[in-house]
Design a protein around this ligand. Structure first.
Ligand code: NAD
Length: 489
């Protein structure tokens, strides 16, 4: 169903108040910082300007780095329990602005208000759970009295977090938390498509952390390189495309910066013949169309046993056709627009490629008229593994379904991808699923569901899907470096 009818007056009022609540200035040294140039941020549901964001120039980068360099040594000495309590205080302040931030997130990102509210709740959960985890489980120092040896984990100094446009609040909150909990000062740079909520988080951070510990810089893509190439920054925590991840690896090679890269994926779901069709269809669509398919760990290829392929397609179509597409501010909306024109055009080209490669649309063949970057979700079969939609990361609501004869064959085909972010097995036989799960070349594997991540467990990708891990104790450790001190015995 396609519904773009007028949005609720209370949502309109809340949106106006959300925009007026924040200053949308850079945050540097705990203060707002003005720059000469700005750029417009568009609402992808209307293509109208929501607000403009500062385009940080070289002096702004230098000021943010200098403030972070000044702040880092003292912050590193702050006991971990106090750092954790500062992060909890930041979470409390974000919680106070939860509703305004949710509305702002809908306006700049396009997702439905209910999903924006969930993202805010999830972000608070990440802030608090990462604070608990750092306090209770990260060992900052161990001493062996007998050998006179002390092993400590030292912060890296100044670390930068660069984020994508699909989950801007959650990505900014988790990168901020991991950096500062481990004793680093941080500079966060959001995507130019969704800078407003991150600028608002920067404003909130001014009262929560000592000056210079958290800075937020918005700007166009070239700002990213000014940050990654900066010699005083020791680590980049990056979430975005594999192409940009590789560019960052190159630009940081000469200074040997530490890197954690969370990159693209082309997750396969393998559906065995004993899977329950209705539940599986629902679970696959929940993952594949979450955030209108703009989720790194969404199901992006469905491999199903030939014997049940048509039944599964029918069930997936039925779930898909029940979803309402529209402006995220509209209470009944399930799927918002594609977030930006660049991604919209890429998806339109992928739809064209399906027709050229003789794929079959089981639903979603129609094009939707604007304004706004709306696209009907499509279930597609008849493509081979080398087709564009199957071999590339679509990052949108186009779901290819492919048949297989044996699970081993499905696994080989699932793994024949340069990506290795996630995968899933759908079956009533959990033992068989566990056996297959360990054969996936992927950082996360789910059984009878797909996409769930949580702050207690490391998240990372194989192959072009990433380097290192974020979250969990292992993710936190990547924001520190070992030092061994030995006393002569
Ligand atoms: P992107 O790579 O285009 O941009 C990501 C960020 O990098 C933005 O802030 C951008 O301004 C910045 N950037 C661009 N060029 C840069 C450069 N040369 N140097 C430094 N920074 C630069 O990605 P996107 O389109 O914003 O996000 C979509 C991609 O992110 C998808 O591939 C998706 O799978 C991936 N993603 C991965 C995860 C994960 O956890 N693995 C999570 C979310 C998104």
């Amino acid at each position: 169903m396609y519904d773009l009818s007028g949005i609720h007056t209370s949502s309109k009022l809340m949106s106006v108040s959300a925009i007026s609540k924040f200053d949308f200035a850079l945050t540097i040294d705990g203060k707002p910082y003005g720059v000469q140039h700005s750029f417009d941020v568009l609402n992808p549901a209307s293509e109208q300007i929501v607000a403009s964001a500062p385009d940080a120039d070289r002096p702004a980068v230098e000021s943010a780095v200098a403030a972070a360099v000044r702040a880092a040594p003292a912050w590193a000495k702050v006991p971990v329990c106090e750092r954790a309590s500062r992060v909890r205080d930041f979470a409390r302040r974000v919680e106070e602005q939860q509703e305004a931030l949710s509305h702002l997130l809908v306006l700049e990102q396009g997702k439905p208000l209910a999903s924006a509210r969930s993202e805010l709740l999830e972000s608070l959960n990440y802030l608090r759970q990462l604070a608990d985890l750092t306090e209770s489980e990260l060992q900052f120092s161990t001493t062996n009295d007998q050998s006179g040896t002390k092993v400590i984990r030292r912060p890296l100094g100044v670390v930068a977090g660069i984020t994508a446009w699909n989950y801007p609040v959650q990505l900014a909150c988790s990168k901020l938390a991991m950096a500062v909990l481990t004793g680093n000062a941080t500079i966060i740079k959001p995507s130019p498509y969704t800078p407003l909520t991150t600028l608002a988080l920067g404003q909130i951070s001014r009262d929560a952390f000592p000056q210079g510990v958290v800075s937020v810089l918005s700007g166009q893509d070239p700002l990213g390189e000014k940050i990654t190439a900066h010699p005083a920054i020791s680590k980049i925590g990056f979430t975005g495309s594999s192409r940009t991840g590789c560019a960052i690896a190159k630009s940081t090679a000469d200074s040997l910066k530490r890197l954690t890269l969370e990159l693209g994926g082309n997750d396969a779901a393998i559906v065995l013949p004993d899977a329950r069709i209705e539940e599986t269809a629902k679970g696959l669509i929940t993952s594949a169309l979450e955030n209108t398919g703009q989720l790194c760990n969404a199901v992006k290829r469905v491999f199903v046993h030939e014997s049940m392929k048509q039944d599964l397609i029918d069930a997936m179509v039925s779930v898909t056709e029940s979803l309402v597409i529209g402006d995220g501010m509209n209470e009944g909306t399930d799927l918002g627009p594609i977030q930006n024109r660049m991604q919209f055009e890429k998806l339109k080209a992928l739809r064209e490629s399906v027709l050229q490669e003789r794929g079959t649309f089981h639903c979603g063949e129609q094009t939707l008229s604007g304004p706004g970057y709306f696209m009907a979700p499509a279930i597609i079969s008849g493509l081979n593994d080398a087709s564009r939609l199957v071999s590339e990361e679509q990052f949108g609501p186009l779901v290819p379904v492919l048949g297989f004869e044996t699970p081993d064959e499905a696994m080989v085909r699932a793994n024949a991808s340069p990506f290795g972010l996630g995968g899933s097995v759908w079956t009533a036989n959990v033992d068989k699923a566990l056996e297959l799960a360990e054969q996936f070349d992927a950082g996360s594997v789910w059984i009878n569901h797909h996409s769930a991540l949580s702050p207690e467990y490391p998240s990372g990708g194989f192959k072009l899907s990433g380097l290192g891990v974020e979250y969990g104790v292992h993710g936190l450790e990547e924001y520190t470096q070992h030092q061994v001190i030995r006393i002569a015995t």
